[in-house]
Design a protein around this ligand. Structure first.
Ligand code: ATP
Ligand code: MG
Length: 392
């Protein structure tokens, strides 16, 4: 009996979108997630099958696939001969592993793609249910809300049998909806924002601004670690680390002190937009939420937005901090985010920041300095880190 992973996917019925393109993107994402494990990914009638994964690695493979966007759910199946006894035997072996002698409820689902198979789907369900009840006396059937799904799919070559399913994240395969540039700080919010946009099928590159020596090497490493965790979901990420000290010191020195934070945010956006354009990213992503800090009032967000023409995605805009923390914990970035290293925003924070900045006024303050050359230099001196998911 061969072990096979059966992958179900959702969101394929979207209007105007090309189904084979989605399926190919998803197959690519699945292959990348499993690499370097041996895996042959095949699409067949609304399902994706993964063959050649060694049986003892099937659970690890399913765990990886449970983080691939576009995956609805995964079952570890056994491929058997198209014979009812063989199907029942496989189901019993799987049930022994899943439930053993434990009391639990189940329901059998059957799909007969090969109509030459002599039993109809309904017959398979009834017969197989009966056999499992005989063999495992503690089991009972619950057709409404079963704890375990027992699945049988009879296909052209073989039949596939599974017990139970592991939920995937949903969403869409990364890369099928373009690419965006995530402004990543060392904080809690931005990695969560990147994860949310990647879930919609958007590939991610990331940009981080640091102010050495005011921020440390460890603060830099923390951001690389966060990008690495995001890449487990979002796939490969190119991370641009931009030296920001000169710009920051200049703002501090030459511009009104109440406006330094907002000006800094404008400069970050400008540089991010430039880098995004050069690497094919079509939008910027930030972890901002209304009212969280002085630089996130509607007025401040307006002024920040005014620095760029590229769309800015703020998926956390309506979230409470608690909701963001919950998500950060769920995706595994929280523990890294709360490590206590300083961020360049916190180093230079003004004592009385403006909370209602005006676009015209901030444009004028920014024009007090010609930043053109400093921006060029910062981009030229960027450190570029290529992050691959299977380094994780
Ligand atoms: P976070 O938890 O993501 O740090 P925050 O609540 O601390 O967010 P700010 O520090 O005002 O808020 O930053 C708002 C957003 O600006 C961040 O979510 C991030 O997208 C971006 N940002 C802030 N600092 C940096 C930085 N040093 N490099 C890149 N992007 C940054
Ligand atoms: Mg921050």
């Amino acid at each position: 009996m061969e072990t096979v992973l059966l992958v179900r996917y959702a969101e394929i019925h979207l209007k105007g979108l090309n189904r084979p393109y989605f399926e190919r993107s998803l197959m690519g994402a699945i292959s990348r997630a499993l690499s370097p494990m041996p895996a042959r990914v095949v699409r067949e009638q609304g399902r994706i099958f993964v063959f050649d994964v060694p049986a003892e690695q099937a659970e690890a493979a399913a765990d990886k696939l449970s983080r691939v966007f576009g995956v609805h759910s995964i079952s570890i199946a056994l491929a058997v001969e198209k014979d009812f006894d063989a199907i029942a035997e496989a189901a019993a072996a799987l049930m022994a592993a899943a439930a053993g002698e434990r009391a639990c409820t189940f329901k059998v689902f059957a799909r007969r793609a090969d109509k030459r198979f002599p039993m109809r789907s309904q017959e398979i369900c009834v017969e197989l249910g009966g056999r499992l009840l005989d063999r495992f006396p503690a089991l009972s059937v619950d057709v409404r809300n079963p704890e375990l799904h027992v699945g049988v799919e009879v296909r052209q070559e073989r039949a596939f049998v599974y017990v139970g399913e592991i939920m995937g994240p949903g969403g869409m395969p990364v890369g099928c909806n373009g690419k965006a540039m995530l402004l990543i700080s060392g904080g809690i919010d931005s990695p969560v924002a990147g994860h949310m946009i990647a879930k919609r099928g958007v590939a991610i590159d990331a940009i981080h601004f640091y102010s050495y020596p005011y921020t440390s090497e460890r603060a830099r490493d923390k951001v690389v670690d966060l990008a690495r965790i995001v890449s487990r979901y979002a796939g490969p990420i190119t991370l641009y680390l931009i030296p920001f000290t000169e710009i920051q010191l200049t703002i501090y020195e030459k511009c009104p002190s109440t406006e330094t934070t907002v000006l800094m945010r404008r400069l970050m956006m400008k540089i991010a937009e430039r880098v995004a354009n050069s690497c094919g990213a079509q939008a910027l992503i930030t972890g901002e939420a209304i009212g969280q800090v002085a630089s996130q009032t509607i007025e401040s967000l307006t002024v920040t937005n005014d620095a760029v023409t590229m769309p800015v995605f703020r998926p956390l805009i309506g979230f409470d901090k608690e909701e963001i923390v919950e998500r950060a914990k769920a995706i595994g970035t929280f523990d890294t985010s709360i490590l206590p290293y300083e961020d360049c925003c916190t180093v230079f924070v003004p004592q009385h920041p403006v909370t209602k900045p005006k676009v015209e006024k901030l444009r004028a303050s920014e024009a007090l300095v010609d930043f053109t050359e400093m921006i060029e230099t910062a981009i030229k001196n960027a450190e570029i880190v290529k992050i691959h998911p299977h380094e994780n």
